[in-house]
Ligand binder design. Sequence first.
Ligand code: ATP
Length: 320
Amino acid sequence: MDAIRIRALSKQYGSKRAVDNLTMSVPQGAIYGFVGKNGAGKSTVLKMVAGLVTPTNGEITLFDRRDHAATNGEHTVSSFTVQRVGALIENPGLLPHMSAFDNLMAQALAIGVANPKTVCHELLAQVGLDNTGRKAVSGFSLGMKQRLGIALALVGNPDLLLLDEPLNGLDPEVARTMRNYLVQLNQQRGITIVVSSHVLDQLERMCTHYGVIARGRMVRELTAEQVQTECGDSLTVRTADTATALAILEERLHINPADPVRFAAEPDGSITVSGGFDAAEVSRLLHETNQTVLELSTKSHDMEDFFVTLMDDARTEGGR
Ligand SMILES: Nc1ncnc2c1ncn2[C@@H]1O[C@H](COP(=O)(O)OP(=O)(O)OP(=O)(O)O)[C@@H](O)[C@H]1O
């Protein structure tokens, strides 16, 4: 089951189309990295999923319940969404003169949580803020505020957590602790988490799935395994006779079932070999079959480059 399924979602602000016919699927149990440049539309999508912004058009289904739909500007958010979705989007909405505990209590009482004191004490301990006592939130560091923001989003014990750039501005050590905490929430409590970021590095070590958004459109969704495969090494083969070389490689190259070899004939006449290939075996095969080899070179695909290319993808559409 998908925790979130979005079809043809759009949001228009005056003449600005912030989200444009977007499709998105977040499997239940995933940690979904929502990647895009500043202004790509990440926050707007998350706000629509959380019911904070009304879509101009489209359909949002949460846990197979389509009670969160918008057509021609009409929008309803059910109590189901309010109860099952926790969100930290842009400003955590903290009450600056109150303590961390009182902030959590205010939220717990507002949404009618059972045993609010116990729940709030437990959450404070989980995010490492149980030693802050009566200290007002206005004196907290950014990292402490972000952690409190996450605790606030968790007060209602949601099944889906939406976090908009939660690691921004945190020093690397705090960001690492936060990442570990999110993975723990996901693995131990089964919470599906969507984390947006314009910095891939922040997501790399925790996500099971990725969605890349550019100019309000979903460019591509892929699993962490697919990213690994696409970012592995590839081999460029250029021979005097591309068609024959391709046929020989496809027929005779040893295929590893765990990481099958893939071939692509490129427009410039070269062949790209990716997956679990053995460059020495390719070379030997071409030599044995008397192919005239003009080029045989390996290329490493950097994950950062891979995502930056995807994030830039919409540029070629010539804007909107
Ligand atoms: N309330 C609004 N009124 C008008 N335009 C808006 C509004 N909210 C967002 N936009 C515009 O919509 C586009 C998408 O914004 P959004 O905040 O969703 O992007 P983002 O990917 O979250 O970027 P960032 O990382 O900078 O927050 C931007 O061009 C933004 O200026």
